[in-house]
Ligand binder design. Structure first.
Ligand code: ADP
Ligand code: MG
Length: 249
Protein backbone atom coordinates (compact mmCIF):
# COMPACT_ATOMS: atom_id res chain seq x y z
CA UNK A 1 0.00 0.00 0.00
CA UNK A 2 1.27 3.41 -0.96
CA UNK A 3 0.02 6.79 0.21
CA UNK A 4 -2.05 7.50 -2.87
CA UNK A 5 -3.92 4.22 -3.17
CA UNK A 6 -5.90 5.12 -0.05
CA UNK A 7 -9.57 5.16 -1.01
CA UNK A 8 -10.95 5.88 2.46
CA UNK A 9 -9.35 7.37 5.51
CA UNK A 10 -10.98 8.31 8.79
CA UNK A 11 -9.01 10.23 11.37
CA UNK A 12 -10.19 10.57 14.95
CA UNK A 13 -13.86 9.99 14.17
CA UNK A 14 -15.90 10.54 17.32
CA UNK A 15 -19.70 10.35 17.57
CA UNK A 16 -21.67 10.91 20.76
CA UNK A 17 -25.35 10.30 21.44
CA UNK A 18 -26.06 12.36 24.55
CA UNK A 19 -23.74 10.97 27.23
CA UNK A 20 -22.79 7.90 25.19
CA UNK A 21 -19.66 7.95 23.06
CA UNK A 22 -20.66 5.47 20.34
CA UNK A 23 -17.47 5.95 18.31
CA UNK A 24 -14.32 7.20 19.98
CA UNK A 25 -11.44 8.64 17.92
CA UNK A 26 -11.42 5.92 15.31
CA UNK A 27 -8.86 5.81 12.52
CA UNK A 28 -9.29 3.44 9.61
CA UNK A 29 -7.82 3.20 6.13
CA UNK A 30 -9.02 1.24 3.13
CA UNK A 31 -6.72 0.88 0.13
CA UNK A 32 -7.69 0.35 -3.47
CA UNK A 33 -8.56 -3.27 -4.22
CA UNK A 34 -8.84 -4.35 -0.59
CA UNK A 35 -11.63 -6.19 1.18
CA UNK A 36 -11.56 -4.88 4.74
CA UNK A 37 -13.70 -6.25 7.57
CA UNK A 38 -15.10 -4.37 10.56
CA UNK A 39 -16.07 -6.57 13.50
CA UNK A 40 -16.98 -6.19 17.17
CA UNK A 41 -19.72 -6.92 19.69
CA UNK A 42 -23.25 -5.59 19.32
CA UNK A 43 -23.34 -1.90 20.11
CA UNK A 44 -19.60 -1.48 19.45
CA UNK A 45 -20.25 1.44 17.10
CA UNK A 46 -19.76 -0.28 13.74
CA UNK A 47 -22.90 0.98 12.03
CA UNK A 48 -22.42 4.42 13.57
CA UNK A 49 -18.92 4.60 12.08
CA UNK A 50 -20.38 3.66 8.67
CA UNK A 51 -23.05 6.34 9.10
CA UNK A 52 -20.34 8.94 9.79
CA UNK A 53 -18.47 7.84 6.65
CA UNK A 54 -21.55 8.01 4.40
CA UNK A 55 -22.70 11.36 5.78
CA UNK A 56 -25.88 9.82 7.22
CA UNK A 57 -24.62 11.16 10.55
CA UNK A 58 -22.27 14.07 11.18
CA UNK A 59 -19.31 13.13 13.36
CA UNK A 60 -18.68 15.33 16.40
CA UNK A 61 -14.95 15.18 15.77
CA UNK A 62 -12.57 13.87 13.16
CA UNK A 63 -12.20 13.78 9.40
CA UNK A 64 -13.30 11.53 6.56
CA UNK A 65 -11.29 11.51 3.34
CA UNK A 66 -12.51 9.78 0.18
CA UNK A 67 -10.05 9.46 -2.72
CA UNK A 68 -7.92 12.19 -1.16
CA UNK A 69 -10.83 14.59 -0.86
CA UNK A 70 -12.04 15.79 2.52
CA UNK A 71 -15.76 14.91 2.57
CA UNK A 72 -16.27 15.37 6.32
CA UNK A 73 -19.09 17.89 6.14
CA UNK A 74 -20.57 16.86 2.80
CA UNK A 75 -24.21 15.83 2.56
CA UNK A 76 -24.94 12.15 2.04
CA UNK A 77 -26.05 12.40 -1.61
CA UNK A 78 -22.88 14.22 -2.55
CA UNK A 79 -20.66 11.63 -0.88
CA UNK A 80 -22.60 8.91 -2.72
CA UNK A 81 -22.04 10.67 -6.03
CA UNK A 82 -18.35 11.05 -5.22
CA UNK A 83 -18.10 7.25 -5.42
CA UNK A 84 -19.28 5.74 -2.15
CA UNK A 85 -21.80 2.89 -2.39
CA UNK A 86 -23.62 1.35 0.53
CA UNK A 87 -25.60 -1.81 1.10
CA UNK A 88 -27.90 -1.91 4.10
CA UNK A 89 -28.96 -4.85 6.28
CA UNK A 90 -32.51 -4.76 4.95
CA UNK A 91 -32.87 -4.87 1.18
CA UNK A 92 -34.25 -1.86 -0.62
CA UNK A 93 -35.32 -3.14 -4.00
CA UNK A 94 -38.51 -2.49 -5.96
CA UNK A 95 -40.42 -5.76 -5.58
CA UNK A 96 -42.95 -4.98 -8.31
CA UNK A 97 -40.30 -4.38 -10.98
CA UNK A 98 -38.25 -6.91 -12.86
CA UNK A 99 -34.77 -7.73 -11.66
CA UNK A 100 -33.33 -5.99 -14.73
CA UNK A 101 -35.33 -2.82 -14.18
CA UNK A 102 -34.04 -2.63 -10.63
CA UNK A 103 -30.51 -2.59 -12.00
CA UNK A 104 -31.35 -0.02 -14.65
CA UNK A 105 -32.87 2.22 -12.00
CA UNK A 106 -29.70 1.94 -9.95
CA UNK A 107 -27.72 3.29 -12.89
CA UNK A 108 -29.77 6.43 -13.35
CA UNK A 109 -28.44 9.71 -12.05
CA UNK A 110 -30.69 12.26 -10.37
CA UNK A 111 -32.75 14.22 -12.91
CA UNK A 112 -32.67 11.62 -15.70
CA UNK A 113 -35.83 10.58 -17.57
CA UNK A 114 -36.59 7.38 -15.67
CA UNK A 115 -39.49 6.29 -17.88
CA UNK A 116 -37.39 6.65 -21.01
CA UNK A 117 -34.47 4.87 -19.41
CA UNK A 118 -36.59 1.86 -18.51
CA UNK A 119 -38.30 1.65 -21.93
CA UNK A 120 -35.23 2.27 -24.05
CA UNK A 121 -32.04 1.65 -22.10
CA UNK A 122 -29.00 2.16 -24.32
CA UNK A 123 -26.90 -0.81 -25.38
CA UNK A 124 -24.02 -0.21 -23.03
CA UNK A 125 -26.40 -0.06 -20.09
CA UNK A 126 -28.12 -3.28 -21.14
CA UNK A 127 -24.75 -4.93 -21.58
CA UNK A 128 -23.63 -3.85 -18.15
CA UNK A 129 -26.87 -5.07 -16.62
CA UNK A 130 -26.58 -8.47 -18.25
CA UNK A 131 -22.94 -8.77 -17.26
CA UNK A 132 -23.67 -8.08 -13.60
CA UNK A 133 -26.66 -10.42 -13.54
CA UNK A 134 -24.40 -13.15 -14.94
CA UNK A 135 -21.89 -12.48 -12.17
CA UNK A 136 -24.48 -13.20 -9.50
CA UNK A 137 -26.11 -16.06 -11.43
CA UNK A 138 -29.40 -14.19 -11.86
CA UNK A 139 -29.28 -13.95 -15.66
CA UNK A 140 -32.16 -16.39 -16.01
CA UNK A 141 -34.32 -14.33 -13.66
CA UNK A 142 -33.74 -10.94 -15.32
CA UNK A 143 -37.39 -10.55 -16.32
CA UNK A 144 -38.86 -11.93 -13.10
CA UNK A 145 -40.43 -9.55 -10.60
CA UNK A 146 -37.79 -8.92 -7.94
CA UNK A 147 -40.32 -9.40 -5.14
CA UNK A 148 -40.74 -13.06 -6.11
CA UNK A 149 -37.10 -13.91 -5.41
CA UNK A 150 -35.76 -15.22 -2.10
CA UNK A 151 -34.26 -12.89 0.50
CA UNK A 152 -30.77 -14.07 -0.43
CA UNK A 153 -31.38 -13.47 -4.13
CA UNK A 154 -32.77 -10.02 -3.33
CA UNK A 155 -29.52 -9.27 -1.53
CA UNK A 156 -27.67 -10.28 -4.68
CA UNK A 157 -29.84 -7.93 -6.73
CA UNK A 158 -28.91 -5.16 -4.36
CA UNK A 159 -25.26 -6.06 -4.62
CA UNK A 160 -25.48 -5.93 -8.42
CA UNK A 161 -27.36 -2.61 -8.17
CA UNK A 162 -24.54 -1.12 -6.14
CA UNK A 163 -21.98 -2.37 -8.66
CA UNK A 164 -23.92 -0.73 -11.52
CA UNK A 165 -22.65 2.61 -10.28
CA UNK A 166 -19.04 1.36 -10.20
CA UNK A 167 -18.39 2.79 -6.74
CA UNK A 168 -14.81 3.55 -5.69
CA UNK A 169 -15.71 1.98 -2.37
CA UNK A 170 -18.66 -0.20 -1.35
CA UNK A 171 -19.71 -0.34 2.31
CA UNK A 172 -21.71 -3.44 3.26
CA UNK A 173 -23.48 -3.75 6.62
CA UNK A 174 -23.77 -7.45 7.54
CA UNK A 175 -24.22 -8.85 4.02
CA UNK A 176 -24.35 -12.42 5.36
CA UNK A 177 -27.21 -11.71 7.76
CA UNK A 178 -30.29 -13.86 7.13
CA UNK A 179 -28.71 -15.75 4.25
CA UNK A 180 -28.71 -19.56 4.10
CA UNK A 181 -25.37 -21.45 4.11
CA UNK A 182 -25.40 -22.30 0.39
CA UNK A 183 -26.16 -18.73 -0.58
CA UNK A 184 -23.43 -17.62 1.82
CA UNK A 185 -20.80 -19.64 -0.07
CA UNK A 186 -22.06 -18.07 -3.30
CA UNK A 187 -21.95 -14.58 -1.81
CA UNK A 188 -18.30 -15.10 -0.89
CA UNK A 189 -17.60 -16.02 -4.53
CA UNK A 190 -19.56 -13.05 -5.88
CA UNK A 191 -17.80 -10.58 -3.61
CA UNK A 192 -14.44 -12.08 -4.60
CA UNK A 193 -15.36 -11.87 -8.29
CA UNK A 194 -16.42 -8.25 -7.92
CA UNK A 195 -13.16 -7.57 -6.12
CA UNK A 196 -11.02 -9.36 -8.74
CA UNK A 197 -12.79 -8.46 -11.97
CA UNK A 198 -14.53 -5.19 -11.16
CA UNK A 199 -11.72 -4.01 -8.90
CA UNK A 200 -14.37 -3.20 -6.33
CA UNK A 201 -12.93 -2.07 -3.01
CA UNK A 202 -15.06 -3.29 -0.13
CA UNK A 203 -15.42 -2.37 3.54
CA UNK A 204 -17.82 -4.68 5.34
CA UNK A 205 -19.34 -5.13 8.77
CA UNK A 206 -20.00 -8.75 9.59
CA UNK A 207 -20.53 -10.88 12.64
CA UNK A 208 -20.39 -14.20 10.86
CA UNK A 209 -16.74 -14.89 11.77
CA UNK A 210 -16.21 -17.72 9.27
CA UNK A 211 -17.39 -15.42 6.50
CA UNK A 212 -15.31 -12.40 7.47
CA UNK A 213 -12.14 -14.40 8.23
CA UNK A 214 -12.41 -16.09 4.85
CA UNK A 215 -13.04 -13.02 2.76
CA UNK A 216 -11.20 -10.10 4.37
CA UNK A 217 -7.63 -9.05 3.57
CA UNK A 218 -7.52 -7.02 6.78
CA UNK A 219 -9.79 -6.50 9.76
CA UNK A 220 -10.52 -3.73 12.25
CA UNK A 221 -12.03 -4.57 15.62
CA UNK A 222 -14.22 -2.14 17.53
CA UNK A 223 -15.37 -2.52 21.14
CA UNK A 224 -17.21 0.16 23.11
CA UNK A 225 -16.58 2.63 20.31
CA UNK A 226 -12.82 2.16 20.37
CA UNK A 227 -10.60 0.52 17.82
CA UNK A 228 -8.99 -2.28 19.84
CA UNK A 229 -7.13 -4.11 17.07
CA UNK A 230 -6.26 -4.26 13.41
CA UNK A 231 -4.52 -6.91 11.36
CA UNK A 232 -4.88 -9.86 9.03
CA UNK A 233 -7.55 -12.47 9.82
CA UNK A 234 -4.79 -14.68 11.31
CA UNK A 235 -3.48 -11.92 13.51
CA UNK A 236 -6.98 -11.00 14.69
CA UNK A 237 -7.92 -14.61 15.51
CA UNK A 238 -4.77 -14.93 17.62
CA UNK A 239 -4.98 -11.54 19.31
CA UNK A 240 -5.60 -12.13 23.03
CA UNK A 241 -7.23 -8.73 23.49
CA UNK A 242 -9.72 -9.50 20.71
CA UNK A 243 -10.39 -13.01 22.03
CA UNK A 244 -11.14 -11.57 25.48
CA UNK A 245 -13.30 -8.72 24.21
CA UNK A 246 -15.18 -10.53 21.49
CA UNK A 247 -14.16 -13.82 19.93
CA UNK A 248 -13.82 -15.76 23.17
CA UNK A 249 -17.48 -15.65 24.16
P1 ADP B 1 -23.08 -1.79 16.14
O1 ADP B 1 -23.43 -1.49 14.72
O2 ADP B 1 -21.62 -2.05 16.37
O3 ADP B 1 -23.92 -2.89 16.72
P2 ADP B 1 -24.15 0.86 16.62
O4 ADP B 1 -23.24 1.75 15.89
O5 ADP B 1 -25.45 0.56 16.01
O6 ADP B 1 -23.39 -0.48 17.03
O7 ADP B 1 -24.44 1.48 18.05
C1 ADP B 1 -23.38 1.94 18.90
C2 ADP B 1 -24.01 2.50 20.17
O8 ADP B 1 -24.67 3.73 19.87
C3 ADP B 1 -25.05 1.61 20.81
O9 ADP B 1 -24.97 1.74 22.21
C4 ADP B 1 -26.35 2.18 20.29
O10 ADP B 1 -27.42 1.92 21.19
C5 ADP B 1 -26.04 3.67 20.20
N1 ADP B 1 -26.78 4.34 19.13
C6 ADP B 1 -26.71 4.06 17.81
N2 ADP B 1 -27.47 4.92 17.10
C7 ADP B 1 -28.04 5.75 18.00
C8 ADP B 1 -28.95 6.86 17.90
N3 ADP B 1 -29.38 7.29 16.72
N4 ADP B 1 -29.31 7.49 19.03
C9 ADP B 1 -28.84 7.08 20.23
N5 ADP B 1 -27.98 6.05 20.41
C10 ADP B 1 -27.60 5.39 19.31
MG1 MG C 1 -24.84 -2.40 13.39
Amino acid sequence: ATADDTVLRTEGITKRFGGLTAVNEVDVEVHEGEIVGLIGPNGAGKSTLFNCITGTLTADEGRVTLQGEDVTDWPEYKIARAGLGRMFQETRIFGGMSVRKNLLLAAQEGGADIGGLLRRPDDSLMERTNELLEYVDLGGLADTRAGRLSFGQQKLIEFAMELMAEPDLLLMDEPAGGINPTMLENLIDYIRTANDEEEATIFLIEHNMDFVMEIADRIYVLAHGERIATGTPDEIQNNQHVIDAYLGR
